[in-house]
Design a protein. Structure first.
Length: 116
């Protein structure tokens, strides 16, 4: 089955940059959409950005112009380059993969903390 392994994240000052990466180590299912969600304390999990296998990209309004999502279809990996980080970007970031049969898989989450 799909096994999502995340890397990246950590502590950064406001205005700084971080890069998150997520790989499907299982490589047994055909993945359509890969993306990143985040959940801040006391808030619901929300979409940050996602990308389809054909390259269609969707960003949350709050990250447009600052974050860039990219994908390697051959390796089933997705990355999120986060620039101009703000304290309100602080959250646990989760990788999500959705197969063509609409089955969803989630990574374990990685903490991003932006200090002011």
């Amino acid at each position: 089955q799909v096994q999502l392994v995340e890397s990246g994240g950590g502590l950064v000052q406001a205005g700084g940059s971080l890069r998150l990466s997520c790989a499907d180590s299982g490589r047994m299912f055909y993945i359509n959409v890969m993306g990143w969600y985040r959940q801040a304390p006391g808030k619901q999990r929300e979409l940050v950005a996602d990308i389809t296998r054909s390259g269609s990209i969707n960003y949350a309004d709050s990250v447009k112009g600052r974050f860039t999502i990219s994908r390697d279809n051959a390796k089933d990996t997705v990355s999120l380059q986060m620039n101009s980080l703000k304290p309100e970007d602080t959250a646990v970031y989760y990788c999500r993969a959705t197969t063509f049969s609409s089955i969803e898989y989630w990574g374990q989450g990685t903490q991003v903390t932006v200090s002011s």
